[in-house]
Design a protein around this ligand. Structure first.
Ligand code: FPP
Length: 241
């Protein structure tokens, strides 16, 4: 079972337009899938769940969609707060939170603080998130430490970069699932995904349910993760050729 699963929740817009509805209705249906996936993680014993809820690039969408999504996010978290407490789930935000509307940041930070004592499970929302921005920010933080005389340039290694990311204590995702069939990473967890297993399903995010999650986990279980090494297999006793 993976310890950390991350989702690129794609296909909300297509799901809605296929039905002749506005895109926002697809996002609302997608919020229901979020509830379902959080419950699945609890039942499957997955400790870290990261959801790519809004990328930095998503700001270029029509104003109506952006503000609708922001309201949906805020209201969803407020509505789900009791379930986070019931299940001892810690809410965490990764991304440029200062880009978000003040009322959204206020509510998110309130729930972040109220759930900060939990460690059984972590729900991480990537908001105004971009992997390149995260790495550039880490480089800037390190450069500032060098300029202050706290760090020598030779001390900047992979561990130092990893420690300067948004959530340095969170382990890298074991599995990244993308819905709606697109085979791209779309600027998501660029540093952390170095050895993540990727799983793409054609199912659109609003239709994604427990059997689809189970299928992703079964595919993950069948993978051989070598992290650049070789599989430790016993040598065959007989000469095979
Ligand atoms: C991508 O689908 C989805 C998003 C940009 C937003 C995801 C947001 C939610 C699921 C809403 C609720 C989230 C939380 C955490 C409560 P798309 O719109 O790009 O779909 P398309 O490719 O079919 O147009």
């Amino acid at each position: 079972m993976p310890q950390h699963v991350a989702f690129i929740m794609d296909g909300n817009g297509r799901w809605a337009t296929q039905r002749g509805w506005r895109r926002l209705r697809g996002h609302s249906a997608g919020a229901e899938t979020v509830r379902c996936v959080i419950r699945c993680c609890r039942d499957f014993g997955i400790r870290y769940l990261t959801l790519y809820a809004f990328s930095r690039e998503n700001w270029s969408r029509p104003q109506e969609e952006v503000s609708g999504l922001m309201t949906l996010l805020r209201d969803h978290i407020v509505k789900q707060e009791h379930e986070l407490h019931e299940n001892h789930i810690r809410l965490r935000i990764m991304g440029q939170r200062e880009d978000l509307p003040a009322d959204v940041v206020r509510e998110l930070e309130r729930v972040e603080a109220a759930t900060a004592r939990y460690d059984r499970a972590h729900l991480i929302l990537a908001l105004s998130y971009g992997g390149r921005t995260e790495i550039a920010r880490a480089a800037r933080l390190l450069a500032e430490r060098v300029a202050r005389g706290e760090l020598e340039p030779q001390q900047i290694d992979e561990a130092a970069v990893a420690a300067s990311l948004y959530l340095p204590d969170v382990p890298d995702p074991d599995l990244i699932v993308r819905t709606s069939g697109e085979q791209r990473i779309s600027n998501f967890l660029l540093w952390q995904s170095a050895y993540s297993e990727l799983y793409v399903t054609p199912v659109l995010w609003p239709d994604f349910r427990e059997p689809d999650f189970r299928a992703a986990l079964e595919a993950f279980a069948a993978r051989s993760r070598r992290f650049g090494g070789v599989e430790a297999k016993p040598l065959p006793k007989e000469k095979t050729c």
